[in-house]
Design a protein around this ligand. Structure first.
Ligand SMILES: C[S@@+](CC[C@H](N)C(=O)[O-])C[C@H]1O[C@@H](n2cnc3c(N)ncnc32)[C@H](O)[C@@H]1O
Length: 329
């Protein structure tokens, strides 16, 4: 069994998304979706932020405490394994944002392991791991069921994370594009040209400006704070559905327009077909429509993702009823 961790409320979307990719899934606990072990991992999926693969249920009782049970299991698993490099240790417990790392329990387990396998324990690490890469380590999910946790040596991290705000950024949307950059492992650089469709009040524009890019900010609405009157902004007060970049291709296309996702999709499709950009971050707001239908369209044989091998599609930590697509060269 694989455990997929999703935001509370997104379970059914994740179940339907797994089905879209041909994998059966169910959800009986808030924040958790399970699939068969041969099932899909979060590498391909939008909604899960962790996929804990091939989990084992361990039970602890009597005098054996949860942390001891976890350490016993791990020491047993790695008896014949050589570990010389940092390895991920994550103990995930339920919070208001779904299952998130519990630092004190991770420290507790590391301390216990130090007593038994000191050299290996010192290499335990809980910094953000690489995105979309199969990871070997120790992953525990505490579903708060009596005397039971799920445990595994293998997982894949989708990359979703809380970002730090910037007082110069005029909107919370800024956090979305910063999170997308973190997952993509790239962002605009000095001298890049960026087209920002639906730019106001300018959070995404600000993320590009602070990196030294020049931004065409397309929106009838006003820019605020950092982007307002910034020398590297060209504010085009016009309709983003008809605006055509004079500089082609732009280094980055941003699109965060509030509109029906299928409308936005049709416009972005033109940008793909005309090769008007190299890299992109595109946000689709699903509101009352079905986000899995948007994913189906994106992944379909005539969908825009067929134009690229390098993309991520995620329900970001900072997304609400939205999904975000990152594309790069
Ligand atoms: C969620 S806000 C964008 C927030 C922005 N990314 C930020 O970080 O501050 C959506 C914007 O889309 C703009 N918008 C909606 N339809 C548009 C259109 N057809 N052309 C240009 N802008 C549009 C709205 O005016 C609104 O400012």
């Amino acid at each position: 069994m694989n455990i997929l961790l999703v935001k509370p409320g997104a379970e059914q979307f994740a179940v339907d998304e797994c089905k879209l990719h041909g994998s059966d899934a169910v959800s009986t606990i808030s924040g958790i979706v399970t699939t068969g072990s041969s099932g899909i991992t979060s590498q391909k999926l939008c909604f899960p932020f962790w996929s804990i693969n091939d989990v084992t249920e361990i039970n602890y009782s009597g005098n054996v405490k949860i942390h001891d049970a976890v350490c016993n299991w791990f020491c047993d698993q790695i008896r014949t394994v050589r570990i010389d490099t940092p390895w991920p240790l994550f103990f995930l417990t339920k919070s208001e944002n779904g299952f998130t790392p519990d630092l004190s329990r991770q420290e507790r387990i590391k301390d216990l392991l130090k007593k038994r396998i000191s050299r290996i324990a010192k290499l335990a690490d809980w910094n953000y791991p690489k995105v979309d890469m199969p990871l070997d380590g120790l992953f525990v999910v505490d579903v708060k069921e009596y005397n039971k946790v799920y445990i595994s040596r293998n997982a894949v991290f989708g990359g979703q994370r809380r970002m730090k705000d910037d007082p110069q950024a005029p909107s919370r949307s800024y956090l979305k594009v910063e999170e997308a950059f973190a997952i993509m492992g790239r962002s605009p650089k000095e001298g890049d040209i960026v087209a920002d469709l639906g730019a106001a009040p300018g959070g995404w524009t600000w993320a590009a400006l602070k990196r030294g890019a020049t931004v065409y900010a397309i929106d009838n609405g006003p820019l605020k704070k950092g982007p307002l009157d910034h020398p590297n902004v060209l504010h085009c007060k016009t309709d983003a559905y008809t605006w055509i970049p004079s500089h082609q291709p732009v280094d980055w296309l941003f699109c965060d327009m509030v509109d029906h996702p299928f409308q936005v999709y049709e416009r972005i499709k033109v940008w793909f077909e005309k090769k008007w950009f190299k890299n992109a971050v595109i946000n689709f707001k699903y509101g009352y429509s079905d986000p899995v239908k948007v994913l189906e369209l994106l992944h379909s044989s005539s969908g825009i993702l067929r134009y690229t091998d390098s993309f991520v599609c995620r329900h970001l930590f900072h997304d609400r009823d939205e999904i975000t697509v990152g594309v790069w060269k």
